[in-house]
Design a protein around this ligand. Structure first.
Ligand code: SAM
Length: 334
């Protein structure tokens, strides 16, 4: 584990009255086995709600499921973002031979795996509350179960720290940024990519108050009620600056929903984004609306039928904003 979690302490070893080494060894092995078993179950003893599976470690602190449907959606999201970033995995100029890369809240680990393939020089570490990453990965890629809001205790700094789509995951972004600053090598880079939840249109028929708009309002309100930040995207640049990074870059990437754009590339991205939303709508909504806003799951399903209609309506020309911020730790920083 990379952080100083108080959650997962090993049980105290039983005391041994007589100084018999074999007894001590046996008890130690038993204690370690029991520690490993309780550690494993605290991570994999998943919670089920409304037919969806949720993370066990830090139970209840994150609102999206961690089941196969959600993993498929996250992999599709990775494809959408790769397309939207012109085929690039990141925009920060990290050079050809980075040594240590950290991916915060790695999800299925697909970005970390692609980075491991792209940069054989690098050791890539991805962490997450859920151990949903594959075990067959490039030899330079590793995953850990961890809560990135805990204090980080990595042995050495990273050349590149990255996070993507942590909307609704983090309580204290300024602290996360301070930790990222501390654990970036002087001259190294960070990159944060995240959402502004709300939909808008420039020329279409999307109107404030329509079901799609009500839906994002509800998601934002519910995530806030959980004490989490629903829309980190527009705030990333200010947090990065506040943490002490320099050479800050900010790119705004509108993402269309549906095939309404004329531009061929955006049309393709919009087609995938529509599938991503239709597949993920229930996952994004259920825990937030039932637990935070007090709706029944039946009420949610009825409402989502209207939201789906809006998502599929090309006349709305709906899009939402994604922010990419990358920055460098000053060379003279400690
Ligand atoms: C929406 S997913 C994005 C996954 C991945 N970054 C991507 O772009 O595909 C957010 C991920 O952050 C993880 N997460 C949420 N809160 C976390 C925390 N406090 N510590 C570590 N991981 C966390 C979730 O388990 C989930 O896998």
């Amino acid at each position: 584990m990379a952080s100083s979690s108080t959650h997962l302490q090993p049980p105290a070893l039983p005391s041994v009255a007589e100084n018999d080494d074999s007894d001590v060894d046996n008890l130690q092995i038993e204690a370690e086995e029991s520690y490993t078993t309780s550690l494993k179950s605290s991570i994999t003893n998943y919670r089920y709600e409304n037919g969806r599976r949720y993370h066990a470690y830090k139970d209840g602190s994150y609102f999206l499921p961690n089941d196969e449907d959600e993993s498929d959606r996250l992999d599709l999201f990775h494809h959408i973002m790769s397309l939207r970033c012109g085929g690039e995995l990141h925009l920060a100029p990290i050079g050809e031979n980075p040594q240590r890369i950290l991916d915060l809240g790695t999800g299925t680990g697909i970005w970390a795996i692609d980075m491991g393939d792209k940069y054989p020089s690098a050791e890539v570490l991805g962490n997450d509350l859920s151990p949903i990453q594959p075990s067959l990965v490039p030899p330079n890629v590793r995953f850990e179960v961890d809560d990135i809001e805990n204090d980080w205790i990595y042995g050495s700094e990273f050349d590149f720290i990255h996070s993507r789509y942590l909307a609704g995951s983090i309580r204290d972004w300024p602290k996360l940024m301070r930790q990222a600053f501390k654990f970036t090598k002087p001259g190294g880079w960070v990159e944060f990519q995240d959402f502004d939840m709300k939909f808008y249109t420039t020329n279409g028929e999307f109107t404030p108050g329509c079901p799609l708009d009500q839906w994002t309002e509800g998601v934002v309100e519910g995530i806030k009620a959980f004490g989490l930040e629903p829309e980190p995207g527009p705030k990333l640049e200010g947090w990065v600056r506040g943490a002490g990074f320099e050479n800050i870059h900010h790119r705004l990437l509108p993402i269309p929903v549906g095939q309404w754009p004329k531009d061929k590339k955006l049309k393709e991205i919009g087609a995938f984004d529509l599938i991503q939303f239709l597949d993920g709508l229930e996952a994004i909504t259920l825990r937030v609306f039932t637990v935070a806003l007090g709706w029944t799951s039946e009420e949610v399903q009825v409402f989502l039928a209207d939201v789906r209609k809006d998502l599929k309506n090309p006349k709305l020309q709906a899009q939402h904003n994604f922010h990419v911020v990358w920055a460098q730790k000053p060379l003279n920083a400690q």
